[in-house]
Design a protein around this ligand. Structure first.
Ligand SMILES: [Zn+2]
Length: 201
């Protein structure tokens, strides 16, 4: 896999470069991204049940998958904070709970790393699905706010979400964090990743 963004790469590309062409040429606002698996089959069903079926207890097995993914990554990071990607306020109201925060808390118990709760979503955005990449970026512009940013100075973060689709939301957050504080390292950790060919990038 690409050492930076974690997408699977053919062995010959990996042996020569170590990273994918996108990370090499464009760079990424995070240092590493890792996902437990692809967003399909049993894993997809489990995440859908957790998000939309009000099965909050599923945060525990899903956090176990995140822990496994983190430990298997071989990245020697010693993170200081777990940062949940904040969901849309309206969606949180619809679901009645903040699934990323619950997932982050379960991971926090396992890894003994505190949860940073001062990243907010400040502007209602229309749902990302159905938009192309450019529309997604525009939709997300300035959608997040960080308070107590100085607490993140020279720290290593694990940014947690259930699914990484195009990575637009996650990149937006990483850019904001980098803009507002002198961060050391950002690892993006998700349970699943939508394979690139279906994420239109
Ligand atoms: Zn890459």
């Amino acid at each position: 896999m690409c050492y930076c963004c974690g997408i699977p790469l053919p062995g010959n590309v990996l042996a020569i470069h170590g990273t994918c062409s996108q990370c090499r040429t464009l760079g990424k606002p995070f240092d590493f991204a890792r996902a437990y698996g692809n967003y399909r089959g049993e894993l997809r069903s489990l995440i859908i049940k957790f998000k939309f079926g009000h099965h909050q207890r599923l945060s525990h097995p899903l956090a176990a998958l995140l822990q496994h993914c983190y430990e298997r990554s071989g990245l020697d990071l010693e993170p200081d904070w777990i940062v949940p990607v904040p969901p849309h306020v309206r969606r949180r109201r619809e679901r009645g709970f903040d699934q990323t925060l619950i997932l982050s808390r379960a991971l926090s118990q396992r890894l003994k790393i505190p949860v940073f709760k001062d990243l907010y979503r400040v502007k209602p955005t229309v749902p990302q699905s159905g938009l192309n990449l450019q529309e997604r970026r525009k939709n997300l512009g300035h959608a997040f706010r960080l308070s107590q940013a100085d607490r993140l100075s020279d720290q290593t973060l694990v940014l947690v979400d259930d699914v990484m689709t195009t990575g637009t939301t996650i990149s937006e957050i990483c850019r904001l964090i980098r803009l507002e504080t002198r961060i050391r390292t950002i690892l993006v950790l998700t349970v699943a990743r939508v394979p690139l060919w279906s994420a239109q990038v």
